[in-house]
Design a protein around this ligand. Structure first.
Ligand code: NAD
Ligand code: GDD
Length: 328
């Protein structure tokens, strides 16, 4: 069995990835500050540790052939638009120590999870944004804090490959959603937040939507995300690669599709005082099609179905009360 480390294995994507890799016959060690919140981990071994510390990174990567590095202080736009100092410092410590430990322990492949937040803000000022191709990330103007650390780490991966021979992979995720993802507490992203609000809203009621709802995004279902991670790790491609869909929709569309999945009539109350991030964002998938001969294919309508049902069931079971004004 090939030994693999998944950092952030207590989080959303990491937990799904652990299950996927175990299913494929890998021996998986998970590492995270916390265990997965919504179901037990499938990992063969789980280290509960603080990966900001270099010793913890050394221990976690010892004896591993591959490292999928997903641990980060992370959330939706409501979370990452505040606490810039803490997020930047935490993620810099986690990722730099993890990459150095992976190099010291001579792992064969190290995959870093970057983000669409590396792309220049000035290229994302319109809802009908030109899809973002990998080559436009430089000259850089990333999202403050969170995006800055991601683009710095992309370069560190490149340098470690060039100078030390560490074989790296870099993936730029575009907004990932699905069952077992955070849906309350302040770190939730738009799909989970909208599912929660719609689930808590009576038929014919009104939910709060941040911004005017005309801002656009593409959303990737978590099964596609995990499949893409695996495929990239198997490939020989070492430069940053988009991993997302190119099905761009507005946030108003996202609400309407969620309401249709729920079978409810839902009205919107827009609040432009809330965090909104970039005005438009979409993935250009030409390179991933060329490199992997594959791209994420789950439509937002298809992916929201299981996501909404899971969040609805969570709330019906009396969970999801970490936000006092959860319906807002
Ligand atoms: P998540 O918050 O669910 O998972 C991240 C995990 O990292 C959490 O379980 C957290 O406890 C852990 N972590 C944080 N600080 C740690 C520390 N000091 N030591 C050990 N573990 C620590 O987020 P996710 O959605 O699963 O994201 C995974 C990765 O993908 C992150 O690197 C994130 O930046 C990146 N990403 C995600 C998205 C998305 O839409 N989900 C988009 C772009 C990039
Ligand atoms: N979170 C949230 N909650 N967003 C809402 C809500 C709500 O109730 N209502 C409307 N929105 C709008 C936001 O104002 C924003 O314009 C859009 O939905 C998307 O918000 P998020 O999903 O929170 O974040 P994002 O797409 O701006 O950024 C996310 O994706 C990046 C990768 O593409 C973040 O998770 C980043 O951390 C990530 O790197």
């Amino acid at each position: 069995m090939i030994p693999v480390l998944v950092t952030g294995a207590g989080g959303f994507i990491g937990h799904h990835l652990v299950k996927y890799l175990v299913g494929r016959g890998y021996w998986v060690r998970g590492a995270d500050l916390k265990l997965p919140e919504y179901e037990p981990t499938a990992a063969h071994e789980f280290l509960q540790c603080d990966l900001r510390l270099h010793d913890a990174c050394q221990r976690a990567s010892q004896g591993m052939e591959q490292v999928y590095h997903l641990a980060a202080d992370m959330g939706g736009i409501g979370f990452i638009s505040g606490s810039h100092a803490e997020i930047t410092l935490n993620n810099t410590l986690i990722s730099a120590h993890m990459a150095k430990a992976a190099a010291d322990n001579r792992v064969k492949r190290f995959l870093f999870s970057s983000s669409a937040c590396v792309y220049p803000m000035h290229l994302q000022t319109s809802p009908d944004v030109t899809p973002l191709s990998e080559d436009v990330a430089w000259p850089a103007q990333p999202e403050e804090g969170y995006g800055l650390e991601k683009i710095y780490m992309e370069k560190l991966c490149q340098y470690m490959t060039e100078d030390w021979g560490l074989s790296t992979r870099v993936v730029r995720f575009h907004n990932v959603y699905g069952p077992l993802g955070t849906y309350d507490g302040g770190r939730e992203k738009a799909p989970a937040a909208i599912c929660r609000k719609v689930a808590l809203c009576p038929d014919g009621g009104t939910i709060e939507v941040w911004g005017d709802g005309l801002q656009t995004r593409s959303f990737m279902y978590v099964d596609d995300c995990v499949e893409g991670l695996y495929r990239l790790m198997q490939s020989d491609y070492t430069a940053p690669l988009n991993l997302g869909t190119d099905e761009m929709i507005s946030i108003n569309d996202l609400v309407d599709i969620t309401a249709a999945v729920a079978g409810k009539r839902i009205a919107k109350r827009h609040d432009v005082s809330k965090p909104q991030g970039v005005r438009g964002r979409n993935s250009d998938n030409a390179l991933i099609r060329q490199v992997l001969g594959w791209e994420p294919a789950t439509t937002i309508r298809a992916g929201l179905e299981p996501t909404y049902r899971w969040i609805e069931a969570e709330l019906a079971a009396g969970r999801g009360d970490r936000l006092p004004d959860a319906a807002e």
